[in-house]
Design a protein around this ligand. Structure first.
Ligand SMILES: Nc1ncnc2c1ncn2[C@@H]1O[C@H](COP(=O)(O)OP(=O)(O)OP(=O)(O)O)[C@@H](O)[C@H]1O
Ligand SMILES: [Mg+2]
Length: 293
């Protein structure tokens, strides 16, 4: 499902017409294990990037238990369920939320994306592509587990972020997810974000444990995105349906999200310099549709 590598001609064309490079950089956040902090990561990174004057959209890809809307302080009237039922266009359901972050909310009663017809998928991707041209970043939240929907959003993104905590079950589930994405879908790049850790040392230890196993058994090297400390301020923000980066920017987790957001800017900047990297969301997902994945 990976696109053909760009030819010299493509490079030359892209250099002359830089506008065809999609501006939005798509990151999908997944974990395997549930409850490790994915939705907090998505919402706080979206807020941190918005505070850095970037245009951000959050796509709630947790089709079963959608809840990013709570973190972003909105009660969407329409959701992806309305889109897939043919009642609304994507532009009608996109909801401006906290700090101006655009939200594509999910709702209950949505089939797994892969159970949708090709026509539905293509309509979704075409409309999504049109929306993302006005944006700098799209962050996709996903549900727990290794469902087809999780792999669909992960393989469609430019970058995959795996959130992992020091708990052994989080490490084993993260490894299982990396294994499926690497061996069944040919994914090669994974950014590991250690969450709920005691400090940088523990964050790096979590990364190194996973990284060693992936290298040994999958021949896949993992990248370290960063770490977010276990922080009562974050838990307090969650209990008030608020974001720690907004209400306690200088708290340990607020600062850590700022550092990770800077890293996302750097990753996106590096990609923009690689001319001809056309593996963007729409193209990759359309390729997947054509192959019937
Ligand atoms: N760094 C942290 N410090 C303190 N508490 C945290 C931290 N990260 C997450 N939590 C707590 O963990 C809980 C789960 O977080 P969150 O909902 O973001 O996880 P999730 O991975 O999205 O879960 P699900 O798989 O169910 O979608 C929250 O109640 C939050 O308070
Ligand atoms: Mg969640």
């Amino acid at each position: 499902m990976i696109l053909e590598p760009p030819t010299e001609l493509t490079h030359a064309f892209v250099e002359k017409h830089p506008s065809i490079l999609p501006p939005a950089h798509v990151f999908t956040v997944a974990s395997g294990k549930g409850g490790v902090g994915k939705t907090n990561v998505v919402a706080n990174l979206a807020a941190a990037l918005t505070m850095m004057k970037k245009r951000v959209m959050v796509l709630d890809g947790d089709l079963g238990l959608a809840n990013v809307d709570l973190f972003l302080g909105v009660h969407p009237k329409s959701t992806l369920a309305d889109f897939f039922a043919g009642r609304k266009g994507l532009a009608d359901i996109i909801t401006p939320s906290h700090l101006g972050i655009m939200l594509l909310p999910a709702g209950s009663g949505i089939q797994a994306l892969t159970a949708l017809t090709d026509e539905q998928k293509i309509a979704f991707l075409t409309e999504l592509d049109a929306l993302t041209h006005e944006l700098d970043f799209v962050l996709v939240d996903t549900g727990a587990g290794i469902s087809d929907t999780v792999t669909y959003f992960a393989t469609g993104a430019h970058e995959i972020i795996i959130v992992v905590t020091p708990e052994p079950s989080s490490l084993t589930d993260a490894y299982a997810l990396v294994k499926v994405l690497a061996s069944s879908y040919g994914e090669k790049r994974f950014w590991i974000l250690a969450n709920n850790v005691g400090g940088e040392r523990e964050g790096r230890r979590v990364y190194e444990t996973l990284s060693r196993t992936a290298l040994h058994f999958l021949n896949t090297s993992l990248d370290f995105l960063g770490w977010i400390p276990k922080d009562p301020e974050l838990a307090r923000a969650v209990s008030r349906c608020q974001l720690v980066v907004t209400i306690a920017q200088n708290s340990p987790s607020g600062q850590a999200f700022g550092i990770v957001a800077e890293k996302l800017l750097q990753i996106a900047g590096d990609r923009a310099r690689v001319k001809g990297n056309l593996q963007f969301f729409l193209a990759r997902l359309l390729a997947a549709v054509r192959e019937g994945k």
